[in-house]
Design a protein around this ligand. Structure first.
Ligand code: ZN
Length: 192
C-alpha cells in the first residue's frame, strides 16, 4: 500500500468512525466522504503544473484520475522532464510525481513548479560531475527518481520545510542556486 493510499484510507476510516459514533447516519456519511463534483461527473484527480526552465516547455497535467495513473499524461510529463542536453526521455517514477503534487498542495504552489533538472542520462551526470561539485555518482536523476525544482512566488525555505515534513524521500537544499532536490530514495536530507 502506498503512502497516498494509506493517507486516503486513513482519512476515509476516520470519517466512518466519527459518523458511526454519532448517529450511524449513512446519508450524512456519504455527504462527508463524497469527492468533488464537477458538472455531473464525480472526479478525483492529482494535477501537476511544471515549467522546465531549460527548454521553456510547460505542462499542466491531471496525471492521476479516479484511482489510476494516466499513461498518456505520464508520457507528457516524462517528455518535459527529459534530459534537455540529449533529448532522451525516461519514465519518471510516478511516486516522485505524487511527492511533488503533495508538496504543491502544502505550499499552495498555484503557479506550479519551475524545473531545473529532471531526468539525466549517465553521460550528462558524468559531465556535470566534472563541471561542478555536489553531483552524486549514482544520482537518482539517472533513474527518473529525482527532480530539482522551486515554486515561483513561494519562499525556497518554506518549500524546503514542506518537502522535509512529507518524509517521502531525499531532500537536498540548495539556497545559493535557488532550488531544492527531491527524490524517492530513502528519507534523508542535506544542504548543497
Ligand atoms: Zn537533484
Amino acid at each position: 500500500m502506498t503512502y497516498l493510499h494509506r493517507r486516503a484510507f486513513l482519512r476515509v476510516s476516520s470519517v466512518v468512525v466519527v459518523s458511526a459514533a454519532s448517529s450511524f447516519a449513512v446519508p450524512a456519511l456519504a455527504k462527508v466522504a463524497a469527492p468533488a463534483v464537477i458538472g455531473t461527473k464525480e472526479i478525483d484527480c492529482r494535477t501537476l503544473v511544471m515549467n522546465n526552465l531549460h527548454s521553456g516547455e510547460k505542462v499542466k497535467s491531471d496525471y492521476w484520475v479516479d484511482g489510476d495513473y494516466v499513461p498518456g499524461e505520464l508520457a507528457r510529463i516524462n517528455k518535459v522532464l527529459r534530459d534537455f542536453r540529449t533529448d532522451e526521455v525516461y519514465p519518471i517514477d510516478p511516486k516522485l510525481l505524487d511527492f511533488v503534487h503533495l508538496l504543491g498542495n502544502d505550499v499552495d504552489a498555484r503557479s506550479g513548479f519551475e524545473i531545473i533538472c529532471g531526468y539525466r542520462t549517465p553521460a550528462t551526470n558524468e559531465w556535470l560531475r566534472k563541471e561542478s561539485s555536489g553531483v552524486a555518482e549514482h544520482s537518482l536523476h539517472m533513474k527518473g527518481q529525482a527532480i530539482d525544482l522551486c515554486a515561483p512566488g513561494r519562499s525556497l525555505k518554506k518549500v524546503h520545510e514542506a518537502a522535509l515534513n512529507l518524509r517521502l524521500g531525499g531532500v537536498g537544499y540548495y539556497p545559493d542556486s535557488d532550488f531544492i532536490h527531491v527524490d524517492t530514495g530513502r528519507v534523508r536530507r542535506w544542504t548543497g
